[in-house]
Design a binder for this molecule. Sequence first.
Ligand code: GLN
Length: 203
Amino acid sequence: MADFTGMKIGILAVQGDFAAHAAMLQSLGVETVEVRTVADLNGCDGIVLPGGESTTQLQFLQEEGLFAAIRRFSGEGGAVFGTCAGAILLATKVKSPEQDSLGLMEMIVLRNGYGRQLASDVFFEPTQLKKEPLEMVFIRGPIIESVGPDVRVLAEHAGKPTLVQQDNVLAATFHPELTADATVHEHFLRMAAARSTKALEAR
Ligand code: GLN
């Protein structure tokens, strides 16, 4: 396993399942910090936007100045990982209903896209990150309707992207933090580590 010790990852901790992300990242040897203010982002190599309720999270980001701060953080090369509600926050366009978003991942998302019956379910699907199928836990997740030309689709379910990457930004419509499989988090940490190396070289 890669060595991620010494890295620091912020986790937006307003509501939702931020604790599950912290547990998984700590099991990989990473220091985590709960992000509730702009200052909490200082010294972080990456930030996680967890699942939960995107409208509530969005309002908090806007009130606390974190909306602009996370856009700045990403613009400066910081890695950003959004799961479910977090993926909704990252999109360039949100539908059903429409709401503002960070616009860091060129994609159109449809909230609660899998409908009521299929709202919460588990599927195993192929991914570009490892040979074996990846466990995907969906909880009232969004559907990614379309992605821009610079977005890499790393996994799909039912013909729709579920794990996508654009440069230093990663989004999943499912919840890897609720499984025992750290593949997606390890991928995110490699993205964040690439940025740390660049920062060190620039010093
Ligand atoms: N349905 C939620 C939303 O639209 C997302 C659900 C989740 O994060 N598990 O914000």
